[in-house]
Write a new protein. Structure first.
Length: 586
């Protein structure tokens, strides 16, 4: 079976395959309103780039639903469902592959009808580039704005706006320019910069593969030239390492490995790693793949990782570099695309699928709904099918994640109906909104308290409790925080631990309040925050502040607790163990 218009033989198949293997890959999607010509454009790209099999082409030419006045209805090359062919619309997402001498491509041809906006979001979720089509006769429509909003929401790196059917408006430059100015304003409000605009005729091929003489006023590249030359901004190896564990491999008592895919960054033999959510640390002993042991793996490679220590790790846990921890929290905000006929119900438990873990979650509040026409943030009590909003989500146990703009793979999730097992929403985790005014007010209120008005003096508190006040600042070690609290309490210390999803911006001031009362305050924070850390150090005083990150402590909670107790004794905060019994009677 041959490709239409290509030679049947290749002189050196090995050289050809090696050359093909070196090509990079661009994933792109099409979007636009109904009948804007998305499927026709993709069919034209496939045909003119010789990416269509001869038997497929012959079947299209014989099709009884061929709607073209010529010999080929290009839309039939992608509309694969029978209902699509009969109705002349795209319903499902059609994925197609083709290649040119410069690059390989995967196309997601997505529906244009508003009813199937959810399918568009699915097809665009992994795209490096989005082609938004606009019919030159109709101009910018609601669905065009909707799809551009979703493309911006999904943080697709490159946007190309193709003004199609220019042949039906006489290739008039003023029509193209009017549409360009209107839609460029919409994209600017979405925060999209660098979008490319191109006038095309998908049916006739103008400016699709090569530049057309019928648009002499257009000086830009053809669509295929843009696709071949746009930089693929998808180098996942540059990000912080993330390795969600898919399964534990234990064929016998001599081997224990953790299989999964590196979704971001690079993992090397000998690297220190931290296991989330436990916060325990170890080092990479070996990396096993289908090709054998490797010195390193990088995104998006799959591998089995063996560690130097036997740790309790299971599916859904994640390996990260200790200095590059993600956020760990049971609460976060997300942009949500609602995909179900039944509206969103606040407080209803859903299943949340994130990387390799699945857990119970519920939407606790809707901050706003986005009006895709005006981009206004409107109040809403629910989200209906295809609506987009910003929501607050609470999970049953801590989730470890990045913002979607920083990492698509750890910043995205889906919500599932636990009864019908259907996907009801797709979510993109947002950066936390800094409520600077509220934080400043809370900090000011705490600082205004007269901490020194307490009648018992620090010396009297020390004589009673056997210790001075102190702040112990841990990174993602909740279990250790509670173990340390218990051990200090058993020694008679006045101690309090805050380790349940702590990420408040007023922790340093709260630490100052607790230490003013003579307590040893233990915090387990979700991730590194340099500003908060230094503020806490300043509030507590450097001689009474103890910061322990994952690399500075033993992997075992018991050993780590012993390290911290020894540090408290050495700094004079805590009485030595051999003197403690004598001090108890004071």
């Amino acid at each position: 079976m041959a490709l239409a218009g290509t030679p049947q033989t290749v002189p050196d198949i090995e050289a050809f395959l090696e050359q093909d293997q070196r090509k990079d890959l661009l994933r792109f999607t099409t979007a636009g309103s109904v009948d804007d010509g998305k499927s026709t454009l993709i069919g034209r790209l496939l045909y003119d780039s010789r990416g269509v099999y001869e038997d497929q082409l012959a079947a299209v030419q014989r099709s009884p639903v061929n709607r073209s006045s010529g010999t080929i209805d290009f839309s039939l090359l992608t509309d694969g469902l029978r209902a699509e062919r009969e109705q002349g619309i795209t319903i499902d997402v059609a994925y197609r592959y083709f290649a040119t001498p410069k690059r390989k491509f995967i196309i997601a041809d997505t529906p244009g009808h508003e009813q199937y906006t959810r399918n568009m979001a699915t097809g665009a979720s992994t795209a490096d580039l989005a082609i938004v089509l606009i019919d030159a006769r109709n101009g910018v429509l609601t669905q065009s704005r909707r799809h551009a909003s979703i493309a911006a929401l999904l943080a697709i790196p490159h946007i190309v706006v193709a003004v199609n059917k220019m042949d039906l408006v006489g290739f008039r430059a003023d029509v193209f320019e009017s549409i360009r100015q209107e839609f460029a304003g919409h994209l600017k409000r979405l925060g999209v910069t660098g979008a490319r605009f191109i006038p095309i005729s998908a049916l006739d091929g103008d400016n699709v593969i090569s530049r057309s003489p019928r648009t002499p006023w257009y000086r830009g590249e053809s669509l295929l030239e843009i696709l071949e030359n746009v930089p693929v901004d998808g180098d996942r190896t540059r990000g912080s390492m993330r390795f969600p564990v898919q399964i534990v491999i234990r064929p016998d008592s001599t081997f224990r490995g953790y299989a999964g895919q590196v979704v971001a960054g690079v993992l090397r033999r000998g690297d220190p790693v931290m296991v989330l959510p436990s916060g325990r640390t170890s080092r990479v002993k070996s990396i096993v793949t289908w090709e054998g042991e490797l010195a390193e793996v990088f995104a998006p490679m799959s591998a089995t990782v063996c560690l130097e220590d036997e740790l309790d790790i299971s599916r859904g846990d994640m390996l990260v570099h200790p200095a590059q921890a993600p956020r760990v929290s049971r609460h976060f905000e997300a942009a949500l695309v609602w995909m179900n006929e039944q509206p969103l119900r606040l407080g209803t438990p859903y299943l949340l699928k994130h990387t390799t873990q699945q857990l119970t979650a519920n939407v606790t509040a809707i901050a706003h709904r986005v009006n895709v026409n005006t981009l206004a943030e409107e109040p809403a009590e629910t989200l209906e099918l295809n609506e987009i909003g910003r929501v607050a989500i609470e999970t049953a146990r801590p989730l470890f994640f990045d913002a979607y703009t920083a990492n698509r793979w750890t910043g995205s999730f889906i919500l599932i109906d636990p009864i019908g097992n259907s996907t009801v929403a797709a979510g993109m985790i947002q950066e936390p909104r800094r409520q600077a005014g509220a934080d400043r007010a809370a900090r000011s209120a705490l600082l205004d308290l007269e901490f020194q008005a307490s009648r018992p003096t620090p010396a009297e508190r020390f004589a009673r409790a056997g210790h001075y006040p102190a702040v112990i600042w841990l990174t993602a070690r909740r279990d250790l925080a509670y173990l340390l609290e218990r051990q200090l309490f058993q020694r008679g210390c006045q101690v309090h631990a805050l380790a349940e999803d702590v990420e408040s911006r007023i922790l340093p001031e709260l630490a100052a309040l607790l230490t003013a009362a003579g307590l040893i305050a233990i915090f387990s924070v979700s991730g590194p925050d340099a500003e908060e850390l230094e503020r806490a150090r300043a509030q507590a005083g450097s001689d009474r502040f103890f910061h322990f990150d994952a690399e500075s402590l033993a992997a075992s909670d018991e050993q780590a607790a012993h390290q911290i107790m020894a540090a408290l004794e050495d700094r004079g905060v805590l009485l030595k163990r051999d003197r403690f019994t004598e001090a108890e009677g004071i």
